[in-house]
Design a protein around this ligand. Sequence first.
Ligand code: NAP
Length: 330
Amino acid sequence: MKAAHITQTGLAENIVYGDLPTPKPSPTQCLVKVGAVSLNPVDTYIRSGMVPMPLPFPFVVGCDLAGTVVEAGSDVKRFKTGDRVWGTNQGLLGRQGTFAEYCAVDECWLYPTPASISDEQAAAISLVGITAHLGLVRDAKLQRGETIFVNGGSGGVGSAVVQMAGVIGARVVTTAGSDKKLELCRRLRADHVINYKTQSIETELKKIAPAGVNVWWETLREPNFDLAVASLAARGRMILMAGREARPPFPVGPFYVKGCSLHGFVMFMATPEEQRHSAENINQWLAEEKLKANIDRVMPLSEAAAAHRLQEESTIGKAGTLSGKIVLKP
Ligand SMILES: NC(=O)c1ccc[n+]([C@@H]2O[C@H](COP(=O)([O-])OP(=O)(O)OC[C@H]3O[C@@H](n4cnc5c(N)ncnc54)[C@H](OP(=O)(O)O)[C@@H]3O)[C@@H](O)[C@H]2O)c1
């Protein structure tokens, strides 16, 4: 089969699109013929070695996938040959990745794809959708009628958070860096949008939510805690999920006096049961057309190295070239 793989960590140029043996599924795995995969910033951290992971070389890059089961292991209970599935959480913690024509994936990380949803859509929502759901439902426990601020609403994670918070019934305030991206956030049903390049978040939030926001979802790798804590309402919750190297100052007094709480997580450490619970809600919302993946572009899988460069430049290099997900097709 063709696969985008590396034999050592390093630059995006290390990714080779070439032949590898088609994997054999273990008793608990399904062999999935891949229809689409999508790219996440974490893929670039793993490929570069910035986030050290045990990697089975030659290592197929990528976490997300959607496709069709072509063989089910003898102990697989939830799927059979011909079923359409999506999943994420591959290419991590010693598992092989997804950027290939075929992947052997443990059934605990796979979910049925709703009939009306394309593989491109399912792959593109997978990691970011589960991340958004875990943070909003399991951790922040966002309630109908509350106000949430999402810093970075047009990005991969942010666009899922904005939509899901709206489905939950919260009032959504979000930021983006251009008129075009602000318009995208409005289409995702954000109630209020702030241009973080031309407007003051602090001033705008004071007008929109004078008593503070109930939840602050931070997608930036360098959070501004002074601004976030000052903008939280009493008993406000803050979600942190990016910025391993970040060591910003933290306003202890204002934080505890208001009874606020901080929730940090990485989606890939959530249990299979937690992730499946998120996936069930995501499937329902996808099928009801309440949730849609925010796809910036679709590329051939053979261009995986170029896609990695683009993601790196946009997210880590802060070029903002992308507005959502890169999907790749074998
Ligand atoms: N913990 C986890 O489980 C988990 C899961 C997924 C992702 N992550 C991490 O979360 C981060 C975001 O991932 P992603 O896939 O959403 O990346 P992304 O698609 O590149 O989105 C980045 C977002 O940041 C916004 N942004 C950049 N500079 C900003 C600023 N100064 N103020 C406000 N917004 C700004 C961008 O807005 P504009 O484009 O409008 O400039 C964009 O919406 C990454 O670091 C990723 O590694 C963590």
